[in-house]
Write a protein that binds this ligand. Structure first.
Ligand code: GDP
Ligand code: MG
Length: 153
């Protein structure tokens, strides 16, 4: 299946540091297809919902205020195994443990300023896409490079 989708976000530090272009480029150059994109300033409630699994963690209040500190680029990327591969492109949660060549491994140092988010499972990707996007904001189209990227549909 080439139609798997993941939710990728460029966090406020990534936007403020001028990393929108470089982060998008890594997904584009890999061959994934952009299905949705917007610059947003979500509410505290929205961000608490997004990170609900982490609400008991000591860093949760700091995480929510970090995510509230500026605009976020919200995206949906599509392609074969994009959820798992998207996480590989982002790198480990803690940038100091991220390999060079990953986004976090190239652009970040602190776990609390790790510039990007990516869904961790297909199931969570579906939930996150539904939280951040209206159905009509996720665009379906044929990627012109499709047959050059995939051997089989
Ligand atoms: P991710 O899926 O790789 O983003 O990692 P998690 O889902 O475990 O955590 C969500 C986000 O919370 C991370 O991307 C970090 O921004 C933040 N976070 C995770 N662990 C820590 C921590 O130990 N300290 C701080 N300050 N932030 C953390
Ligand atoms: Mg996570």
């Amino acid at each position: 299946m080439s139609s798997e989708q993941t939710f990728i976000a460029i966090k406020p530090d990534g936007v403020q540091r001028g990393l929108v272009g470089p982060i998008i480029s890594r997904f584009e150059q890999r061959g994934f297809k952009l299905a949705a994109l917007k610059l947003v300033t979500p509410s505290k409630e929205h961000l608490e919902q997004h990170y609900q699994d982490l609400r008991e963690k000591p860093f949760f209040p700091g995480l929510v205020s970090y995510m509230l500190s500026g605009p976020i680029v919200a995206m949906v990327w599509e392609g074969r195994e994009v959820v798992k591969t998207g996480r590989t492109i982002l790198g480990a949660t803690n940038p100091l443990a991220s390999a060079p060549g990953t986004i976090r491994g190239d652009y970040a140092i602190d776990v609390g300023r790790n510039v990007c988010h990516g869904s961790d499972s297909v199931e969570n990707a579906k939930k996150e896409i539904a939280l951040w996007f209206k159905p009509e904001e996720v665009i379906s189209y044929k990627q012109s490079q499709f047959d050059w990227i995939y051997e089989k549909p």
